[in-house]
Design a protein around this ligand. Structure first.
Ligand code: DC
Length: 239
């Protein structure tokens, strides 16, 4: 009979990669899972949104690689915890851009910007540095396939697009932004199309990921499933 010794059974830190379509609950789930496990949370979509904001504010051409490379050198993205809201907020060159990057004019351009190879290389390098010490939950589109292909736990989330649009509308309303449902639906469909068909690390389900369809699930259910799977992985012997 095999009895694992104490070291084998020790809880170790893992990387949890949560990928999937826009607005199917990735960030909400990732944030709560991180809080329950005492892990860090990294919203990689916020990083692509921040680059998009910089490009728009500085009239950077999306098709000029030299201009893009130069711009990327001038961008520093950081996350800071806001104790009042208990949320991480995104900063661009020291300025809080958390609210601005969630606006529709940024959402309308972010998939184009995140399909640019130079942008992806810069963001992926930064994300890999952030996750080096493990103990993180990272959500995005290519985390399990590209950023951390060896992540111990990979989740792929999906949901009915009409329900995603409705949820997104509610989220924006909570932030006092009233946006027409049809406009949101079109934006989600447009982003899904670009995110899944781009040349550079497109959104695809990693073969070793777990698929979760959140269409008819509560947030608590989503979180419990992921936390349960994470705890199993945290106890698994390190290979
Ligand atoms: O998660 P989000 O909706 O805030 O992401 C915004 C966009 O950023 C999304 O449409 C695609 C892009 N993105 C990406 O290409 N790779 C990631 N890892 C995260 C986001």
């Amino acid at each position: 009979m095999f009895f694992p010794d104490e070291d084998d059974m020790a809880i170790h830190k893992i990387i949890i990669a949560i990928d999937g379509y826009s607005s199917c609950g990735k960030s909400t789930t990732a944030k709560l899972v991180a809080a329950k496990l005492g892990y860090g949370y990294i919203d990689t979509g916020a990083m692509y949104r921040t680059v998009t904001l910089y490009f728009l504010e500085n009239n950077i051409s999306f098709t000029n690689p030299k201009e893009i490379e130069k711009a990327l050198h001038n961008i520093t993205i950081s996350f800071h915890h806001n104790p009042k809201t208990d949320e991480n907020e995104t900063f661009l060159n020291g300025v809080n851009v958390e609210k601005e990057i969630r606006k529709m004019y940024v959402s309308n351009q972010v998939s184009e910007v995140s399909a640019i190879a130079e942008v992806r290389h810069a963001m992926v390098a930064q994300q890999q540095r952030m996750g080096k010490r493990k103990g993180i939950v990272m959500d995005g589109r290519d985390i399990g396939t590209h950023v951390f292909p060896n992540a111990e736990l990979k989740i792929f989330m999906t949901a009915d697009v009409n329900l995603r649009a409705f949820r997104r509308q509610q989220e924006l309303l909570a932030k006092k932004q009233l946006v027409n449902l049809e406009e949101i639906l079109q934006n989600l469909q447009h982003r899904d199309q670009i995110d899944t068909t781009r040349k550079e690390s497109p959104l695809i389900q990693a073969p070793d990921s777990f698929l979760i369809d959140t269409s008819y699930m509560t947030v608590d259910e989503q979180v419990d499933i992921v936390v349960g799977m994470a705890q199993t992985q945290m106890l698994a012997p390190v290979m």
